[in-house]
Design a protein around this ligand. Sequence first.
Ligand SMILES: Cc1cc2nc3c(=O)[nH]c(=O)nc-3n(C[C@H](O)[C@H](O)[C@H](O)COP(=O)(O)OP(=O)(O)OC[C@H]3O[C@@H](n4cnc5c(N)ncnc54)[C@H](O)[C@@H]3O)c2cc1C
Ligand code: FES
Length: 512
Amino acid sequence: MSGDRKVKIRLDGVWVEVTEGVQLAAALLELGFVSLRRSPTGQPRGALCAMGSCHECRAVIDGHRGVRSCLIRVRDQMRVETERDLGPSPLGALVISPSQRQVADLVVIGAGPAGLAAASAAAELGMDVLVVDESPAPGGRIWAHLKRAPAEARSWIERAERAGVRRLHGYSVTDGEPGRIQATSVASGESVEIECDRMVIATGARERFLPFPGWTLPGVVGAGALQSLIKGGLDVKGKRLVVAGTGPLLLAVAQLARQQGASVLLVEQASYFNRIPLLLRVLQSTTRVRQTWALWKSLRDVEKLSSSWPVKAEGHQRVERVHLRTENGIRIEEVDGLAVGFGLIPETRVAEGLGCRILDDGCVAVDHQQWTGVEGVYCAGEPTGIAGCEAAIDSGLVAGISAAGRAPRAHLRARVRRHQVWGAALEAAHSLRPELFHQGQGDVVLCRCEDVTAGSVDRSVSSREARVLCRIGMGPCQGRVCMAILQARGEIRSDSVRPPWSTSPGKGEISR
Ligand SMILES: Cc1cc2nc3c(=O)[nH]c(=O)nc-3n(C[C@H](O)[C@H](O)[C@H](O)COP(=O)(O)OP(=O)(O)OC[C@H]3O[C@@H](n4cnc5c(N)ncnc54)[C@H](O)[C@@H]3O)c2cc1C
Ligand code: FES
């Protein structure tokens, strides 16, 4: 792992010094590159999700175009070119290279808490396990780290290593069928074919974004994205940040930003009244009381608004001001950045691509052994329901034990059910207010990849027509951001998933 060694990268033709091993998207922000590319209509755009979903942070890296800079760590002599002066990315221009081939008894897709638990359990029962993850290091979202993984993460990573689990990082699973997957390098587009008897899908969740005027301005990022960028090396000391949206993730993000020296305004759309039932549930568990008290104490000098939300972001080339609707009317805040997230959505593309059934609530259908109903395919963690880290670990253990052909103990399965009840309580406490869905109208962009406005989608008879005529959901993010907005508005339930399940880098020459 890197220390604080400085290395040189060639950025848009100029050599600059950067700390080795930091997240490239964070390094580019540190260097003042808030905008990394231009949208099809020429608007400046920068990183949004910082977890590989939106493709807004893409750049040309070492000659490969469309590389997601949030999934890449800085290396000495790396050549980076922003896409600000380039046309649309050549979609589908995969690097053609002879595929490597690997074989394993069990492939686990995702190295977050669920994936690490599943892999450890199966390997301890004698399976040869390979974990594939597009991130540069294990840990998923909650345990993402730059230098040293948190203690709980280390114990799972070490347990997996002791059991002989192999890991392949920096590869997205982009295609496959039960018994075979294709994983593609996020840095170069080269692919690996992996054959296996069984699979555990543990692809986690992504943030839900809801549009409002100005949400496409560089400097408006996801709440989890801010967390990922800070963990990736972004310095927020002395910055004024608004963290807005809904859910417990906002608290974790505000806490981290505050600890790193930022001045934070925390803005929750749910009312206090709506969260009372959740508080009563917290009071039933001493562990939860301790966790909540510690979190609340760490946020005591952070100003908090409830029943409030962002209605407009403004600025020249980047966000400078946020208009917030509060219980006392509109409040305008001068900011260095706005982090906004409206809850989490199960990341089910790989599961859907492998033929798993998706329930009406957007989760992958599984039985009491985390089996999806597709032969040899299990699913664990957030794709099966948003309920936090402990739920991910326990469902991962059930999936790993089941994939190894054993029956998980009844108490473990009971714990998974209890977590699901907690997840439902969290969801109910943070249900989204209708006003949030009316902000993305008229000229407000819904599809950031193709600059499709809400007005043009509303004029379409069906989502299929919108897709064909306006190209909504046809860009590099493949609908991960915009289709989720339409789903949240109840306009479409689901969209068919076709391979490749994630867009890969193509060839792109450095022009400077
Ligand atoms: C942005 C974000 C930040 C969060 N921060 C916190 C927090 O601070 N505290 C907290 O309690 N909870 C947090 N959560 C909730 C968190 O997701 C859970 O608590 C827990 O980490 C879920 O574990 P998991 O293993 O199900 O998924 P994750 O931890 O999300 O792991 C999923 C893994 O799958 C990988 N993956 C996904 N798709 C592919 C693919 N196609 N190919 C290869 N790899 C793939 C991802 O890179 C990721 O490493 C956060 C969630 C998000 C989305
Ligand atoms: S910011 Fe990198 S993919 Fe979204």
